[in-house]
Write a protein that binds this ligand. Structure first.
Ligand code: NAD
Ligand code: TDX
Length: 344
């Protein structure tokens, strides 16, 4: 009743400022929030090669505003933060391979951009939730029974993960030194709709759909801990609503799989022979294994993932790419040309 009435009156329970909301996980979060709450969402996005306005098509105009701009622009950020109740900070340069060839944008966005947002959150005393990654913890051996926890020491490997680690440390310092009301979440590898074709799962799905063979880096034994983007969104909303200021929460759904297994599943689902892929040169410094222990989030905040079956989540993701060729086709040729140049 409250929800219906507040929407009718144009009064929203919360005004969220979502940075990077035109990217993969940010757009999934915006859809999730608009479907499951009565909040108003303003997206701030620079629309880099990774941002796509089409990922936000069809959202209700009275509950959604799009602002095209840079999180490192202090005047723009200040004006938007001053009108928000909560900042949910997804914007980043996010691809490890790109960071190995051109690290500069990773520093500008992931470090200076986060700093710019934190300063505005401090000035306006606005709640801040920082989206980060399990890659800040480095990697694990294949035969190590351990998983990452909130106590694991930081040990990032790539320019991407080191800038994410730097951004996490800035958030912690702004909490302790200036009392900014922030929380942090470090999530494992996401899959689902609206993911750019440069990333592993969409690259292999769209390779098969365009008659190319999937490409595995090295031996393909590296392990990632997969979570559906929808489950990441429900976890972030839970932390915004129930998380303790100053705390870090790891997000994961017990989805460990090696890359070879994932490629074989994609090929089988698409009716191909399961070995119809190529091995290509490995990523320099390639992290071997990520694995998340999300006990804290589950026991302290009561969160549970819904997509516990990776194979059916993957099948529905494959179906989404089959149904939405117009969304990904414009980026496919340029993305593959870049990989070919890199020998991958
Ligand atoms: P993405 O690359 O798909 O999207 C990033 C978005 O940020 C794009 O819309 C882009 O236009 C925008 N952006 C980039 N620079 C900007 C700037 N300076 N100002 C404003 N907007 C800018 O990334 P993603 O995979 O959706 O990742 C989102 C967040 O989640 C990142 O912070 C990433 O570190 C984190 N994360 C990702 C994963 C994963 O599996 N993809 C896992 C854990 C954490
Ligand atoms: O063509 C490929 N072949 C391949 O074998 C590509 C693109 C990747 N890989 C491998 C590398 C990794 O072991 O697949 C795995 C996943 O690769 P990415 O999709 O590039 O993801 P990763 O490097 O694990 O990082 C992702 O998860 C953590 C996101 O891109 C990050 O933003 C997030 O922080």
């Amino acid at each position: 009743m409250l929800v219906v009435l507040s929407t009718y009156l144009g009064v929203f329970l919360r005004k969220l400022l979502v940075t990077g909301g035109a990217g993969f996980i940010g757009s999934n979060f915006v859809h999730y929030v608009l479907e499951n709450t009565d909040d108003h969402v303003t997206v701030l996005d620079k629309l880099t090669y990774a941002g796509n306005r089409a990922s936000l098509a069809g959202l209700p105009a009275e509950r959604f505003t799009f602002v095209h701009g840079d999180i490192a622009n202090p005047e723009l950020v200040d004006s938007l933060v001053g009108n928000a109740d909560v900042i949910v900070h997804y914007a980043a340069e996010s691809h490890n391979d790109n960071s190995l060839h051109d690290p500069r944008p990773f520093l500008d966005t992931n470090v200076i951009g986060t700093f710019t947002l934190l300063e505005a959150a401090r000035r306006h005393d606005v709640r801040f939730h920082h989206i980060s990654t399990d890659e800040v913890y480095g990697d694990l051996e294949l035969d190590d029974p351990a998983r990452f926890t909130e106590q694991t020491p930081y040990n990032p490997s790539s320019p991407y993960s080191s800038t994410k680690a730097a951004s996490d440390l800035l958030v912690r310092a702004w909490v302790r030194s200036f009392g900014v009301k922030a929380t942090i979440s470090n999530c494992s590898n996401n899959y689902g709709p609206y993911q750019h074709v440069e990333k592993f799962i969409p690259r292999q799905i769209t390779n098969v759909l365009t008659g190319e063979r999937p490409k595995l880096y090295g031996a393909g034994e590296n392990v990632r801990d997969w979570i559906h983007a929808n489950d990441h969104s429900s976890a972030v909303l839970t932390i915004i609503e129930k998380g303790v200021i100053g705390e870090t929460y790891l997000i994961g759904a017990d989805g460990e799989k090696n890359n070879k297994e994932v490629v074989e599943l994609i090929l089988t689902e698409l009716g191909q022979e399961s070995d119809a892929y190529d091995h290509v040169i490995d990523r320099p410094g390639h992290d071997m294994r990520y694995a998340i222990d999300s006990t804290k989030l589950r026991t302290e905040l009561g969160w549970e993932p819904r997509f516990s079956d990776f194979e059916s989540g993957l099948a529905s993701t494959i179906q989404w790419y089959k149904d939405n060729e117009a969304w990904w086709a414009p980026q496919k040729a340029a993305t593959e040309a870049k990989y070919v140049e890199q020998g991958q």
